[in-house]
Design a binder for this molecule. Structure first.
Ligand code: IFM
Length: 474
């Protein structure tokens, strides 16, 4: 048994038995350690549908339906069992404790709450607190109850009101013990992958509906934030895009502006400033007149924020593509729809640099730029990195993941040094899990999960992160 992490003996081949060899960057660090501020929070993140399983103890969500739609999810994988966290949660909390985590970001399953299953989260929160781990609760991480999608889903205003009622229920049960709340996780994905490109549940491909969905997600945030107890620190976890122009040409700079509006300012406009950007409305005027935004909505969305959560993995590089337009082939004989309403004439380019197993390029400067951008945009607003991490091969020896984490944490440290009020870092993910349309084929965990036995084995990166959480020094 590894005394730091509790990795069982007799674990799979390749189990790291000692700290992995230092990378050149680490060796450099040993000369000059990077110390994070006292009180900086080291956490890890997961989401209900990706880990819980126990689908029989809740109603169906849009992801259950999507998983059962042929061709939508790799290998026909489902969330029925996932990594069995609904059964193994005590062991998982004990594992977090052994890793020395200060906080755990998890999401509550709306369909489970509707089925009367809030007791699971009640017990989980108590267990976390008993282990000295701060719960950071996300109300919505993509698993919309199917019945609400059947009634129209996020393009319908009523869904935002249903969300506020659900938030009140969860707050009534857990609000006495949970201080940190994120309303939504990555509403960009819910709106644009769910309703425009259709690569996420519910798999619809209507650009106009995706804009309605984005607004009703924003509204849901505002209504829920207003309904949570005054003791709650309420934030939202966005996946802002670090958008770069391919060249400095006026056309490419305009492509950057348009994607920045659709990726970032469509959320930060009303959330941080109480108004949708005029250029966004002009860019999308061909698709909608935005009359779904009713008087008072933007002010309602503009609730006081306890923190802004930043989920970051990779940057985007864009250029003007005047010959673009219309659906394209996805390369596998199907039609690929754009997740960018009204911006078919913008091309996306593979940024230079090494790739992770998701084929996402590695560029920590994107994280630094975003943190500094928000620090300047709303001075004093606390920031948290609510997700960051990388998928790699299943191996337990994972030096590439350590390097990815190290480089991104160096960027976070630089942002803190330069004045960004970053309080916390939540690594994605604690455990290997269901990676949406990729099923179980991509592994983000610092803890390996054997999907046949559900055995958990900390990877080398988990040992590395445990040391960082203990010392606060990179
Ligand atoms: O697994 C996802 C998570 O659910 C949301 N953010 C990105 C992660 C990696 O793709």
């Amino acid at each position: 048994m590894d005394t730091a992490t509790g990795a069982p003996t007799g674990t799979p081949p390749g189990t790291p038995t000692e700290t992995p060899a230092a990378s050149p960057a680490q060796e450099e660090r040993q000369k000059e350690p990077l110390r994070f501020p006292a009180g900086f929070v080291w956490g890890a993140a997961t989401a209900a549908f990706q880990i819980e399983g126990a689908a029989e103890l809740r109603g169906p969500s849009i992801w259950d339906t999507f998983c059962r739609t042929p061709g939508k999810v790799h290998g026909g994988d489902t969330g029925d069992v996932a990594v069995d966290h609904h059964r193994l949660w005590r062991d998982d909390v004990a594992l977090m404790d052994r890793l020395g985590l200060g906080a755990y970001r998890f999401s509550v399953s709306w369909p489970r709450v509707l089925a009367g299953g809030i007791g699971f989260y009640d017990a989980l929160v108590d267990e976390l607190l008993a282990h000295g781990i701060q719960p950071c609760l996300t109300l919505y991480h993509w698993d919309l109850p199917q019945e609400l999608e059947d009634a129209g889903g996020w393009p319908e205003r009523e869904t935002a009101h249903a969300f506020a009622a659900y938030a009140e229920t969860v707050a009534g049960a857990l609000g006495d013990r949970v201080q940190l709340w994120t309303t939504l996780n990555e509403p960009w994905c819910s709106a644009f992958l769910g309703y425009a490109s259709g690569v996420h549940a519910p798999g619809r491909t209507s650009p106009a509906d995706s804009l309605r969905a984005a607004h009703h997600l924003n509204l849901a945030h505002g209504l829920a934030a207003a309904a949570l107890p005054s003791s709650a620190r309420v934030g939202i976890a966005l996946n802002p895009s670090a958008v770069r122009p391919l060249t400095g040409s006026a056309e490419d700079l305009d492509a950057q502006r348009r994607i920045d509006a659709l990726a970032n300012r469509i959320f930060t406009g009303p959330l941080l400033h109480g108004a949708y950007p005029e250029d966004l409305k002009a860019d999308t005027a061909r698709l909608t007149d935005w009359s779904f935004v009713r008087p008072g909505d933007e002010a309602l969305i503009h609730q006081p924020l306890g923190f802004l959560g930043v989920n970051y993995y990779t940057p985007a590089v864009v250029s003007a593509a005047p010959d673009g337009g219309g659906p394209r082939s996805d390369g596998h004989g199907a039609t690929a729809y754009s997740p960018w309403p009204g911006a078919q004439d913008v091309a996306f380019h593979q940024p230079p640099g090494e790739l992770t197993d998701m084929n996402w390029s590695i560029d920590p400067t994107g994280l630094y730029d975003l943190l500094m951008r928000f620090a300047r945009e709303v001075p004093g607003l606390p920031l948290m990195v609510t997700e960051n991490g990388a998928a790699y091969a299943p191996d337990l020896h994972d030096p590439q993941r350590i390097r990815y984490l190290e480089e991104h944490l160096t960027a976070v440290h630089r942002a803190v040094t330069d004045g960004a009020p970053v309080e916390a870092y939540y690594l994605w993910s604690l455990l290997d899990n269901f990676e949406w349309s990729y099923g179980y084929s991509k592994r983000f965990g610092i803890v390996h999960v054997d999907y046949a036995t559900q055995a958990r084995t900390p990877r080398a990166s988990a040992h590395w992160y445990a040391r960082l959480a203990r010392t606060g020094t990179l």
